[in-house]
Design a protein around this ligand. Structure first.
Ligand code: 4AD
Ligand code: MG
Length: 433
């Protein structure tokens, strides 16, 4: 047998007219008497391998004829230019080795319902659309890490097992912890604040958990959040950072994921437009806007998904809504010194109805006010003594925010629901596979 160089489909352009070996899976197949057109995928791409009856042994030709979709195979042949192929090349097959013959594959090239596909998520990941989404997710995470690492932020991994609530007690996942109770983390923020007092600028990036009993297109029970936290940052500095951060993430996807955005049929002009400055309005102005559009809202209530969608329709960029009523926000938010009814917080609402991408704000740095807030929220003070220490020993103004990865992936990919934005989604009614 002649020598074949083992290569990936993504590097095929470097091997024109050469003998190569590609190892992968049979994605699709068409046959016409003396010819098999085999679509091979190897995780880096899909290529057509053309097999003429006269070029291979009878046994190999019969194997290619028989094997089902997703059988694992090694294809040996010569790289040829092919102007009609999306990657510009095809393989003239000289030999084929069957690695493992697949049973009849459940996900065919026909349309399938989402429930069925979610049940088969472990196989669904092999499809080009899921590849496009998860490659964009990868790029988003890479750009986030690069952005923060290049600006002097230190990565601080916050714990998953926690003794107390950060984002309200109604969505806590409780678990046994030897003789105690523990909760899965809802946010690394409180630990981040301790780290910011130690290192200045920090971030945590990990999975977070919320027992969300609502079945919406924006909620998972396990989702990933990146949370920067900065000492000596006020709300305005925090908003400036969030704005620059989001612009950077979006533009890095626009620059690096042309092919994936094309597969997803995403309107890229909408993403190219995501440049600073983003509109900034107060909560009170947002309430006025909603009323002017015929929505019934009471000042003092938090916005839900519907309100966020209506607000976003007035803007073609993310909109930063600041100074919500303190009553609808978490205990740690700093009171607005100009109006104690308001919290110095900000939510960033994505355009095109993708909902809240970022939540954050300035933190309460006054010991007495924070003690009062912990009482008002009926939280157990003893569980927060360590957090109160941060106000006892060199308290400073500080701020931060959390960006939800899945909501961001959903927005940039143009997906209706967050279930496809994470490899194995966890929702109220989905713990499997
Ligand atoms: O607004 P949230 O609850 O903010 C916090 O957790 C702060 N402690 C963050 C901080 O200031 N360090 O959540 C932040 C973001 C939301 O804007 C949203 O993008 C995402 O996390 N998020 C969810 N994503 C998917 N499923 C859920 N159930 C989510 N809940 C929040
Ligand atoms: Mg929020």
């Amino acid at each position: 047998m002649p020598e074949y160089r083992q290569v990936y489909i993504s590097e095929i352009k470097n091997y024109e007219a050469q003998r190569v070996c590609l190892k992968g899976w049979l994605y699709n197949k068409r046959s016409s008497g003396k010819l098999h057109f085999l679509q091979l995928r190897d995780g880096t791409g899909i290529i057509q391998a053309v097999m003429f009856k006269g070029d291979v042994s009878e046994e190999v030709f019969a194997t290619a004829d028989r094997i089902a979709q997703e059988s694992s195979i090694e294809v040996y042949g010569i790289v040829k230019q092919d102007k009609r192929s999306p990657i510009g090349f095809e393989i003239g097959v000289e030999n084929l080795k069957l690695v493992s013959e697949a049973e009849e594959y459940p996900i065919t090239h026909k349309e399938h319902g989402v429930a069925f596909l979610l049940e088969n998520r472990h196989l669904w990941l092999r499809s080009p659309r899921q590849h496009a989404i998860l490659k964009i997710r990868h790029q988003i995470i890479k750009s986030i890490r690069d952005y923060l690492n290049n600006r002097g932020f230190l990565l601080i991994d916050s714990p998953i097992f926690t003794p107390a609530a950060c984002e309200g007690t109604t969505t806590l996942f409780e678990t046994g912890y030897f003789d105690e109770k523990a909760y899965l983390t809802q946010s690394g923020q409180l630990y981040n604040e301790a780290a910011a007092m130690a290192f200045g600028k920090v971030y945590c990036f990990g999975p977070t958990f919320r027992a969300e009993k609502s079945k919406t297109r924006r909620h998972l029970t396990e989702f990933w959040m990146v949370e920067p936290e900065m000492a000596y940052y006020d709300l305005n500095m925090n908003m400036d950072l969030a704005e620059d951060f989001v612009e950077n993430i979006v533009q890095s996807v626009v620059q690096n994921n042309t092919r994936e955005l094309e597969i997803l049929e995403r309107d890229v002009s909408k993403l190219e437009n995501i440049k600073k400055p983003f509109p900034r309005i107060t909560y009170t102005e947002a309430v006025e806007l909603l009323k002017s559009k015929g929505k019934e809202v009471q000042w003092g209530e938090d916005f839900g998904g519907d309100e966020e969608t209506v607000i976003s329709e007035s803007f073609d960029k993310p909109v930063m809504i600041h100074r919500y009523p303190a009553g609808c926000k978490a205990f740690y938010m700093k009171e607005d010194p100009k109006n104690p009814e308001l919290a110095l917080c900000v939510d960033v609402i994505g355009p095109e109805g993708y909902g809240e991408i970022i939540g954050g704000g300035q933190r309460e740095d006054d010991l007495d006010v924070l003690l009062k807030k912990i009482k008002e929220h009926n939280l157990p003070q003893e569980a927060f003594e360590w957090y109160l220490d941060l106000r006892r020993y060199g308290s400073v103004p500080h701020s931060g925010f959390g960006l939800g990865i899945e909501r961001t992936v959903g927005w940039l990919c143009g997906l209706h629901h967050v279930r496809e934005t994470i490899p194995f989604p966890r929702m109220m009614e989905r713990l499997r596979p």
